[in-house]
Structures are given as C-alpha cells and as structure tokens.
Design a protein around this ligand. Structure first.
Ligand code: HEC
Ligand code: HEC
Length: 208
C-alpha cells in the first residue's frame, strides 16, 4: 500500500469524527474522570493489534512522551497526519489528561512478530552499533519523555525513522553522536523489524 492509499483510508476512518468537530468535542469531554467516549474514539484507530498500516500503539506509552507528542501535533511541530486535526482544540489540561489516561492502560503489542532471523540479527546489531539503548533503555521501554519502542508497529517505526532521516521530524543525536540521517534504508528496515519483534512480557521488563 503506498502512502496516499494509506492516507485515504485514514481519511475515511477520520471523516465522521472530523465532521462533528472532533477537536472541540474531545476537549470538552477529556476530563480525567469524564466519559470514556472520546478515548474510545482515539482507540478506534489506536487499539492494540490494529492491523492497519502505520498506526502507532499508544496505550501504555510513557506519559511525558505522550504529552510532548500531543502538544507537538497541536502546535504543528510534528505533522503526523491525521493527528493535528484531533489536537487542534485541546488545551494543556486536556492534553495532560489524555496522556495520563492513555499511559495508564497496558502496553500490549499485537500480532505475532515477523522477521527473518537474518533481519532480526541485523537490526539488533545496528541498534547496538548506534547505541540506541543508551536512551531508550536496555529493554527499549524508554522512560518519561523517551518513548517505548519494544513491540511498536513496524510500518509506523519505518515511517518515523525515515522522517528522522529526512529531518521531517526531530530526533536527538544518537548515542554515538551520529545524526539519525546516517541510518540507511537497510538499517531502517532491520531496526524496525527487530524493535517490533521485542515483547516486553517475555523479554526483561525494566525495573523502575
Ligand atoms: C483516524 C485514526 C486516528 C485517530 C482517531 C486518532 N489517531 Fe492518533 N495517530 C494516528 C496515526 C496514523 C498516527 C501516526 C502519525 C505519524 O505517522 O506521525 C497517530 C499518532 C498519535 C500519537 C503519537 C504516537 C507516537 O508514538 O509518537 C499519539 C500520542 C496519538 N496519535 C494520540 C491520539 C489521541 C489522544 C487521539 C484521540 C484524541 C488520537 N490519537 C486519535 C491515527 C489516529
Ligand atoms: C540521546 C538519546 C536517544 C538516543 C541515543 C536514541 N533516541 Fe530515539 N528518541 C529519543 C527521544 C527523546 C525521542 C522522542 C522525540 C520526541 O519527543 O519527538 C526519541 C524517539 C524515537 C522514535 C519515535 C518513537 C515513536 O513512538 O514515534 C524512534 C522510532 C526512535 N527514537 C528510535 C531510535 C533508534 C533506532 C535509535 C538508535 C539508532 C535511537 N532512537 C536513539 C532519544 C534517543
């Protein structure tokens, strides 16, 4: 599926929400103790195990990271279609409430990991060489403002790594000081396959 086809599918999914003015409706109902409706709207796309291409797993993602992303979408510091439309009317309180509620849900990667042994080994090797774990943690569960990557949707990871490489999205310099744009396409694919294959429950959970 090419990028445009993917976006058309998102548009079809998002249209009913956008037509009712999703942003303001979500802002209104997003109190921490408010109705669950708006969160369900988010999870219609972001539900764990959603096989749709390139939609990230967000439940159980680290709170500070979620907060930063929702703000970045709202302020157009991160494009990430279709998210700007869902965040445009959220105030800081609503953003924090979403981040808290979503991060309290379980991080539950869906589906069986796929990837040849060769790709998995190449991904592990590239992640090691670039010292990705120095920030994302030994089990790639991140912390606070640093995202979890273990078990994240592979197609989504590929798109983010490409965006970092072409500087469409900011990423700090990697552990070795190399910029993300030094990752070539082979490394992007292998790292994404390997990260998507990690399962926090069966691998070691980070102790707090
Ligand atoms: C129509 C489908 C759809 C809906 C509804 C939706 N999202 Fe998203 N969301 C996406 C897609 C696709 C991306 C990936 C964008 C990109 O590639 O940068 C995304 C990205 C995100 C991210 C960034 C995740 C990361 O790992 O960086 C967060 C956080 C997020 N959405 C939260 C929400 C919240 C909160 C709501 C409800 C207010 C919501 N989303 C509603 C499709 C959706
Ligand atoms: C210096 C610390 C640091 C290192 C080293 C690092 N990262 Fe990150 N990474 C971050 C931070 C911080 C963010 C969140 C950026 C933001 O807020 O948008 C991030 C975001 C990401 C994301 C986006 C996740 C999402 O849900 O959208 C991916 C993918 C990623 N990093 C992969 C890597 C890979 C692969 C490496 C090694 C090549 C690496 N990172 C090395 C700090 C680091």
């Amino acid at each position: 599926m090419d990028r445009n086809e993917g976006w058309m599918r998102w548009l079809a999914l998002a249209a009913p929400l956008l037509m009712v003015g999703a942003g303001s409706a979500l802002a209104r109902d997003s109190e921490p103790n408010g109705q669950d409706g708006p969160l369900e709207q988010c999870l219609a796309c972001h539900r764990p195990g959603n096989p749709a291409a390139a939609v990230p797993l967000i439940t159980g993602q680290n709170e500070g990271y979620l907060r930063n992303q929702l703000r970045a979408f709202r302020e157009r510091h991160r494009e990430g279609f279709p998210m700007p439309a869902f965040t445009v009317d959220l105030d800081d309180r609503a953003v924090s409430a979403y981040a808290a509620r979503i991060s309290a849900l379980p991080w539950a990667p869906g589906g069986d990991p796929v990837g040849s042994e060769l790709a998995l080994a190449a991904g592990a090797e590239a992640a090691e060489r670039h010292d990705c774990a120095s920030c994302h943690g030994p089990a790639f569960l991140g912390a606070d403002e640093i995202p979890r990557l273990a078990g994240q949707n592979r197609a989504y990871l590929v798109r983010q790594l490409r965006d970092f490489a072409r500087e469409g999205r900011h990423h700090p310099p990697v552990g070795t000081g190399a910029r993300m744009y030094h990752l070539d396409e082979g490394e992007v694919g292998a790292i994404a396959t390997w990260l998507a294959s990690l399962r926090p429950d069966t691998d070691h959970e980070l102790s707090p």
